[in-house]
Design a protein around this ligand. Structure first.
Ligand code: FUB
Length: 336
């Protein structure tokens, strides 16, 4: 176990926020509170010397570390390698943004990786400890595809898996229901007036290892109930889904990718449709950010990343700051 940099001064006052981890590059932080402690499940960025492209080939990560903190702003503990690419029987390359969940004494790590045919799938690994190490299931979740799994357990105990990402995340290649390698980025020019591609959601089975239903579209509509369009790059879904519940409402938040916003939308159901509400966070330093939100000791926090330490888009560092809500449940836009 290594003790690393803490959030540092300025935290909570919305001054300059410091990276949580400084000895490794980390990104895509999914945070959860397990046994009263904050656990963070990030990607572990490395310099793999792969040239940058629209497919994200330069994000060539090979393992996961789990971090934990007993308080926001406190020491960050690195629990070491929790899962390594070489120990995932079906995976070929690129361990991207993971998430975690707990049920009946077992912790579940959900992660995307390209299989041996270079198609993104979503895998599961299990552990008796939130810090791992995790043991991967021999096959990816049947019927899974694309990237960025986010698990949400509702107040009635039902767990849902949200996932998907366009461009390098390959979601567009499944547009016809079968994998089509020729479909690039967000389906291309001339489709700007069509509904945008949607993230997916599926109930998880009781053992948390399979989908209990065929994944459904997470529809996002505007205030008039019209679907957001593919050409609406400032508002449409790109990747990085997250779900949380607040005062009985479901909040679906996500990244707009090429326009670099985090946005959110609200619904009365975990399936949606979700009504677009606004920008959660303006662009950070670097190409992407990817977030999670968690309630801890009566306050809500957003975990995210930027590229402050390296100045390079593929070598990122995770951060945390407080999330401020207005009285109607809407979220104050963060300008990092
Ligand atoms: O970390 C690799 C990819 O970059 C993630 O899966 C996306 O959400 C973006 O952050």
């Amino acid at each position: 176990m290594t003790l690393l940099a803490a959030a540092g001064p300025g935290f909570g006052q919305q001054l300059k926020v410091k990276p949580l981890v400084t000895d490794l590059f980390t990104a895509d932080p999914s945070a959860h509170v397990f046994d009263g402690r904050i656990y963070i499940y990030p990607s572990h960025d490395i310099e793999a010397n792969v040239p940058q492209d629209d497919e994200g080939g330069h994000f060539n990560m090979r393992d996961y570390h789990v971090y934990s903190m007993d308080s926001i702003g406190g020491k960050v503990t690195d629990h070491g390698v929790a899962l390594d690419l070489k120990d995932i029987p079906w995976a070929g390359r690129q361990l991207w943004a993971p998430d975690a969940a707990f049920r009946n004494g077992t912790y579940y790590l959900y992660f995307p990786a390209k299989d041996k045919d270079d198609v993104f799938r979503i895998g599961v690994a299990t552990s008796r400890s939130p810090a791992g190490p995790f043991k991967a299931e021999p096959q990816p979740i049947p019927g899974s595809y694309s990237i960025d799994p986010a698990v949400f357990t509702d107040t009635d105990g039902q767990a849902y898996l949200y996932f998907g990402g366009i461009w390098g995340g390959q979601l567009q290649r499944w547009h016809t229901g079968r994998y089509d390698k020729t479909l690039s980025t967000d389906l291309g020019k001339g489709r700007e007036q069509e509904p945008a591609l949607s993230a997916k959601v599926a109930k998880l089975s009781g053992d948390m290892l399979t989908f209990a239903e065929t994944p459904r579209d997470v529809r996002i509509v505007d205030a008039n109930g019209k679907p957001l369009l593919a050409g609406d790059h400032d508002r449409r879904f790109f990747e990085g889904a997250w779900m949380h519940k607040f005062n009985g409402k479901y909040y679906f938040s996500y990244s707009t990718g090429d326009t670099h916003y985090l946005c959110y939308a609200e619904s009365d159901s975990p399936y949606g449709p979700f009504t677009y509400k606004g920008v959660l966070m303006k662009p950070v330093e670097g190409w992407t950010t990817h977030h999670s939100m968690v309630e801890f000791r009566g306050k809500w926090y957003i975990f995210y990343h930027d590229a402050e330490l390296s100045g390079k888009t593929h070598l990122r560092n995770i951060k945390v700051r407080e999330l401020v809500r207005n009285q109607d449940g809407s979220i104050k836009t963060i300008d990092p």
